[in-house]
Ligand binder design. Sequence first.
Ligand code: NDP
Length: 447
Amino acid sequence: MALPERVQSIYQDVIKRNPGEAEFHQAVKEVLECLGPVLVKYPEFAEAKVIERICEPERQTIFRVPWQDDRGQVQINRGFRVQFNSALGPYKGGLRFHPSVYLGIIKFLGFEQIFKNSLTGLPIGGAKGGSDFDPKGKSDNEVMRFCQSFMIELWRIIGEHTDVPAGDIGVGAREIGFLFGQYKRLTSKFEAGVLTGKGLVYGGSQVRTEATGYGCTYFVEEMLKAKGNGFMGKKAVVSGSGNVAIYTLEKIHQLGGKVVAMSDSHGVVVDEDGFNLETVKQLKEVDRRRIKDYCDIHKQAKYIDGGNIWDVPCDVAMPSATQNEISGNDARTLVKNGCIAVGEGANMPTTPDGVQVFLAAGVLFGPGKAANAGGVATSALEMQQNAGRDAWGFEETDAKLHQIMKNVYQHCSDAAEEFGSPGNLVVGANIGGFIKVARAMIAHGLV
Ligand code: NDP
């Protein structure tokens, strides 16, 4: 899609000011492409340079994380926290521990988080953080020493009213526990609301573990329902086999669909009988093994080393691993094989080329900033419970998540309609998320 003339120079400026950060450029471009009609309707946004301001993080922190491995060797990693926008509430967004992490990845994620958090309707600003540390293959003690060293820097800039991190790739319940323990020790405070994704025994929320996968499935269900369709009897492919993928599998099966392929960064497993949820949970959440080991237990399943999961025919595709995992060619293959809906559990998993292929083919397309908003929405529910020293039950929390995802879908669908692109949820999510933040920024004056 071409950029509207009035945002061209903003985009060029972003490239110039943030050299070498390809993922950040891509995320900004995708939002700017949609904002032309918004500036026509609200010229005050252009006058106040809201877009220019939104593209510049409010604060960026980069720090050294030294730690010792089990052999006594010194290791050095780099830590990041990009506090992008606090117009709607305290900064909120996950921490990613993965060797590919650099400033450009954290900025793309933090930028997307602003609009995603706005779409949830809850009072949270946008941020993201992480490190190039790889938890894979590390002992629990090594992970703990790393998390403690990471928190020795991070604690200064976070707090329940300031900035509330959570998990993302490589950061699950174990890492959040170690981070929380160190924050508590450093501050001498039991400040439950400083991190979300906590364990249930010390202030965590029911459904937070399940929230992103469940929420993404609820969102796709809304897209299908609008066409008089549903998950019943549908074949789905879910990439990855981490937190988001596992709970997408669980919810799709609950709604009568069948997940026939999952993956990790090494390869793809195909199980035409439908994946066994308990086996996947045991392998990935308890034993921390590879997805290929699934085939040792379920002999009918096939492992394709280095395979491409998007070659597996399906009705619904749920990319739930990482950014740019569906190329234009992958999208064409999916369309050719009869895929009717895509729900982005991961952040920006479809390349711009791929998005255009889906939209042109009339595939129902749920962009990540809307479809995977259930994770952060439930984090905000965790903050609410912490603030009220309360703990809600599973059904109650799940019902709130479900309603939030219905609202996010409706909000995107209405915004797309209002701004002349009915059915285009990419446009709907970007515009719907942007307007609320822009209004708040204008209300706050030039800050
Ligand atoms: P996990 O670390 O639990 O799982 C990630 C999964 O994706 C693993 O199976 C991993 O395989 C695979 N993966 C990661 N990087 C790559 C890569 N470069 N190539 C192929 N496979 C890869 O992370 P989550 O499930 O939490 O996150 C998945 C996605 O969902 C991310 O994009 C994240 O930003 C997004 N997301 C997560 C939310 C959450 O609440 N957790 C909320 C909203 C979005 P391997 O083990 O081989 O690396």
